[in-house]
Design a protein around this ligand. Structure first.
Ligand code: F6P
Length: 568
């Protein structure tokens, strides 16, 4: 395939388009009765089992998808990523988040330079700094140990670290190493988020980590200035040096902000924001909370999947299989959505993180060469821990729209509970749902079955389940730091595979810019109207009307108010 040609023009794509009609004639009930087929759709790597037998695919479909991967030069594109080529062409950057978790002796080149020593220099600095803070040898301005961390950041500088923190919070090893410590995240520019973050915390015992790749993000910078004020109004301006550190690629702006460059932790432009959890973005706050040795296990889990993704044949390659199945569901079946359903409360922030990784990466309208795409890319991701979802949106998933589901289960609970006299443990109860739901979706329930159960005639249409709804299941051995790293990398690479096949740039995000620049026009107007009484102008009728209403209804805000911090 010529590099600028679209994948939909290839014979392999057309072949799949033709094949879908055959598949539509089959029901998952029938596909599931073929044991050989199901056997071929189980893949295991490093303790993780993927079962994709409940996808609307046959071995023939999979062959055709592998041929599509070949037509899209998937292997070549993966190699280009691992070789540090500038595959993010609109930003002229390589994409090397895999280097962030590579072993110390690995060699990964960007622009002819091995980046792994730089990565480890920062990791060593984080280890040393976090041990000083945790041991109490680095103290706050009044000599007290810093036991509370507030990480300020948004998007990729927030969601990944929040996901990992939430997953580790109930892990026995992580509990032990974080006793007496707190980690909070301030993301939203809403002052309510500031209030929630500082409530109950004493600036004397709080360390603020400002996390921003660019160090220009409006929300993060205002929150950073707000917490700088919170610290300096309580402890004096010199206290900032002891109570604020930063993670950024822009060390010049870090220094300008007033943070000592020695207390800045670098990363590089070859790390995309949403792929940055394994850089200092995640590793610093998480090491402060849990200790570096726990976080290192998380990095090792991600690295294990990196090696698997790079070297496993496609029919045994978990991220590749997941990516191809997504392409099948989105581009051929036309299912626009994907539900991420972990049967683990510890994974409650997985879906919010994947929403960004997936939708910011693959929600594109043009090919990597700028050609308007005649097909949709990206998935609409959403999710909740499974059993909570069952009592919320599963009605729609079972009888309304068909939504391919990722079921994620764990063999050993982080926090087992057994009650004498109960027929199963609490974790078995949870996992009963993990095993039941995929079959309920696949098989459904026919009117004939309902008749046999003597269901009244008028209720039969309401109680019928059409089934034939695809899902896949991932079973993890436990939820250790290592497994959490594996899960993260599986999703990261799956999303890259989808982008590689669709022929888009999964590593830029120009779509977030327009809203930002319009907000800055509104910010200027609000300033001019409040401070100088200037009329609202330059906006369309609707925006002008609502802006005026907002200004008039809050006219009691003084033109030049004194500093006010929240109190709850
Ligand atoms: O607005 C989107 C975005 O650019 C994301 O891609 C990024 O993760 C987030 O903003 C935060 O950016 P930064 O880390 O530079 O503050």
């Amino acid at each position: 395939m010529a590099s600028s040609a679209l994948i939909c023009e290839t014979e392999q794509w057309k072949d799949l388009k033709a094949h879908i009609d055959d598949i539509k004639k089959t029901h998952l009930r029938d596909l599931m009765s073929d044991t050989e087929r199901c056997k071929s759709m189980m893949v295991e790597f490093d303790g993780i089992l993927l079962d994709y037998s409940r996808q609307r695919t046959t071995p023939d479909t999979m062959d055709k998808l592998f041929k599509l991967a070949e037509a899209a030069s998937l292997k070549g594109k993966i190699n280009r990523m691992f070789n540090g080529e500038r595959i993010n062409s609109t930003e002229n950057r390589s994409v090397l988040h895999i280097a962030l978790r590579a072993p110390r002796d690995a060699v990964i080149q960007s622009d002819g330079k091995n980046v792994v020593p730089d990565v480890w220099q920062v990791l060593d600095k984080i280890q040393e700094f976090s041990e000083r803070v945790r041991s109490g040898s680095w103290v706050g301005a009044t000599g007290k140990p810093l036991t509370n961390i507030i990480a300020i950041g948004i998007g990729g500088s927030f969601l990944g670290p929040l996901f990992v923190h939430t997953a580790l919070q109930t892990d026995p090893e992580a509990i032990k190493s974080s006793r007496g410590r707190q980690l909070r995240f301030l993301a939203n520019v809403d002052p309510i988020d500031v209030a929630r973050n500082i409530t109950g915390l004493n600036p004397e015992t709080t360390l603020v980590v400002v996390v921003s790749k660019t160090f220009t993000t409006a929300e993060t910078m205002l929150n950073a200035r707000t917490l700088r004020e919170w610290i300096s109004s309580a402890l004096g301006p010199e206290a900032v040096a002891k109570h604020m550190v930063a993670v950024s690629t822009n060390l010049t702006l870090v220094e300008k902000f007033g943070i000592d460059p020695n207390n800045a932790f670098a990363f590089w432009d070859w790390v995309g924001g949403r792929y940055s959890v394994c850089s200092a973005v995640g590793v610093l706050p998480l090491s402060l909370q849990y200790g570096f040795s726990v976080v290192e296990k998380f990095l090792k889990g991600a690295s294990s999947i990196d090696q698997h993704f790079y070297s496993a044949p496609f029919d045994q390659n978990i991220p590749v299989l997941l990516g191809l199945l997504s392409i099948w569901n989105v581009s051929f079946f036309g299912y626009p959505t994907r539900a991420i359903l972990p049967y683990s409360q510890a994974l409650e922030k997985l879906a919010p993180h994947i929403q960004q990784v997936s939708m910011e990466s693959n929600g594109k309208g043009v090919s990597i060469d700028g050609v308007v795409l005649p097909y949709e890319t990206g998935e609409i991701d959403f999710g909740e821990p499974g059993t909570n979802g069952q009592h919320s949106f599963y009605q729609l998933i079972h009888q309304g729209r068909a939504i391919p589901c990722d079921f994620i289960g764990v063999v050993k609970s982080q926090q087992p509970v057994y009650l004498k006299g109960e027929i199963v443990s609490n974790h078995d109860e949870l996992m009963s749902n993990f095993f039941a739901q995929p079959d309920a979706l696949a098989y459904g329930k026919t009117p004939e079955q309902l008749k046999m159960e003597n269901v009244p005639e008028h209720l039969i249409p309401h109680k019928t389940f059409s089934g034939n709804r695809p899902s896949l299941s991932l079973l993890l051995p436990s939820l250790s730091a290592y497994n959490i790293g594996q899960l993260l990398a599986i999703y990261e690479h799956r999303i890259a595979v989808e982008g590689f096949i669709w022929g888009i740039n999964s590593f830029d995000q120009w779509g977030v810019e327009l809203g930002k620049s319009l907000a800055s026009q509104v910010r200027k107007q609000l300033h001019a109207s409040r401070k100088k009484g200037e009329p609202v102008q330059g906006f369309n009728f609707s925006t002008t009307t609502v802006l005026k209403r907002y200004l008039e209804a809050s006219a009691d805000v003084p033109a030049d108010p004194p500093t006010l911090l929240p109190h709850m």
